[in-house]
Design a protein around this ligand. Structure first.
Ligand code: PMP
Length: 419
């Protein structure tokens, strides 16, 4: 195996101590329907490591106060922890300033925020917004709503049958009337990694700003928004081993400054009178009301956790499992893998001849194997492949080779039942 030792990815994978990693996740210790839990629904949400749970509990037990307003000890501790979480998120995304990080509920809220502020400001009648065919509904519907309101047109760059973006079609849709391009970094339904850096470059060459939906990239790839030169980048904490209800919007400072506020309320203002309200500076201008303080603290713990383990090593481990799963599942008769992009991560989406994906998921659940069945909030992708739904196994840094084997055997069991 001397040759594999020369390969950094193989070396990182070999060094991955998955048994130790699994000990950090109490949820993985349980049995379901009498079987050890095999959790393969990570693209929907991930399990949480102990530091995330402990930090959130400690906040509620000791430091629970509101932020940016209370002078007392607890309020000050809460404010400090919340702002440290912002700094951590800034570092995680490689942003230039913490003022470019807006805390939101998740990727969905971040995209809606941009659509309803930046989008409303910039998109007018006859203008165009560009997305791709493989987007999650949360990167389709907000733009549809905006286009409908403004009398603008939503362009869709198609994918091919491997699940890859058709480059020429994307380029052809960067028109002089295109006011914004919004696309996923990684597809949740197919695992396709889009060539976002090139896409951003091409859009910028036409002065078109770009929003990248990083919901499925942030858990697997080291992201650097400045290297990408993304104008906006969004992700959800719960997919990166953090809590639900917290996520981040990165926006270039000059763009955030120009944008009108989104929701009105406490904390987003500098002063209020009935005659006139002066808004707070960024990012607070976009954070009306009491935010998910414990969530931000949990998010920081999650980002610390993955950064300490190393996303590159985790990615190499997941990549190894993906290859193994692709080989093992791909060899099963009657199984069709949906999405075979050359650049792909984390997702095994498939159909079984003659068996509905919901039945597959239900029967796998009986064996303790958690997968997702459905359209994965990406109905246009299902339409492209002319399937109503798929079964999707999605990977995380704590999954094992044995779990891939359990999945394959589970599928064989399902097929036997339907024979
Ligand atoms: N975009 C992608 C690619 C996703 O996978 C998801 C979640 N499945 C979202 C956006 C929305 O994320 P959330 O529901 O956390 O807002």
């Amino acid at each position: 195996m001397a040759s594999s030792l020369l390969n950094p990815a193989a070396r990182a994978q070999a060094a991955w101590d998955v048994t130790a990693v699994r000990r950090d996740f109490p949820a993985l210790e349980q049995t379901v329907h009498g079987h050890p839990l095999v959790y393969l629904d990570n693209a929907a949400t991930t399990q949480k490591p102990r530091p995330v749970l402990e930090k959130m509990l400690a906040f509620y037990q000791q430091d629970c106060g509101n932020i940016h307003r209370s002078i007392h000890q607890l309020g000050e501790r809460a404010t400090e922890a919340y702002e440290k979480a912002r700094l951590r998120t800034q570092a995680f995304l490689g942003a230039g300033s913490a003022h470019e990080i807006v805390f939101v509920r998740g990727a969905t809220e971040a995209i809606n925020l941009v659509a309803q502020t930046f989008g409303r400001q910039r998109v007018g009648a006859g203008d165009r917004v560009l997305i791709t065919e493989l987007e999650h509904h949360s990167n389709i519907v907000p733009w549809q709503m905006l286009c409908e309101e403004k009398g603008a047109h939503l362009d869709v760059a198609p994918i091919d049958d491997a699940g890859e973006l058709i480059w020429e079609e994307f380029i052809a849709r960067l028109t002089p009337r295109t006011r914004l391009a919004a696309f996923a970094h990684v597809s949740n339904a197919l695992g396709t990694v889009l060539p976002v850096r090139r896409m951003i470059e091409a859009a910028h060459a036409q002065n078109i700003p770009v929003l990248v939906d990083g919901a499925q990239a942030a858990p697997h790839l080291a992201v650097n928004v400045r290297e990408l030169d993304a104008d906006f980048y969004v992700f959800s904490g719960h997919k990166v081993y953090g809590p639900t209800g917290i996520g981040a919007l990165y926006g270039k400072r000059e763009l955030l400054e120009e944008m009108p506020p989104w929701q009105g309320g406490g904390d987003m203002i500098q002063s209020v009178s009935f005659a006139r309200t002066i808004y707070n500076r960024v990012p607070y201008k976009f954070e009306a009301g009491t935010p998910h303080i414990a969530g931000a603290i949990g998010l920081k713990a999650a980002l610390d956790y993955v950064s300490t383990l190393g996303l590159a090593a985790a990615g190499a481990h997941e990549d190894h499992l993906l290859r193994l799963g692709t080989e093992r599942l791909g060899a099963l008769p009657g199984l069709r893998l949906i999405g075979q992009a050359r650049e792909k991560l984390g997702v095994l989406s498939f159909t079984l001849a003659g068996i509905h994906p919901h039945d597959v998921a239900t029967l796998l659940d009986q064996q303790g194997i958690a997968v997702r069945a459905g359209h994965h909030c990406a109905q246009p992708v299902m339409e492209h492949f002319q399937v109503p739904a798929t079964t999707r196994a999605s990977l995380a840094l704590y999954n094992t080779e044995a779990e891939i084997e359990a999945l394959a055997r589970g599928i064989e069991q399902v097929q036997k039942i339907f024979q």
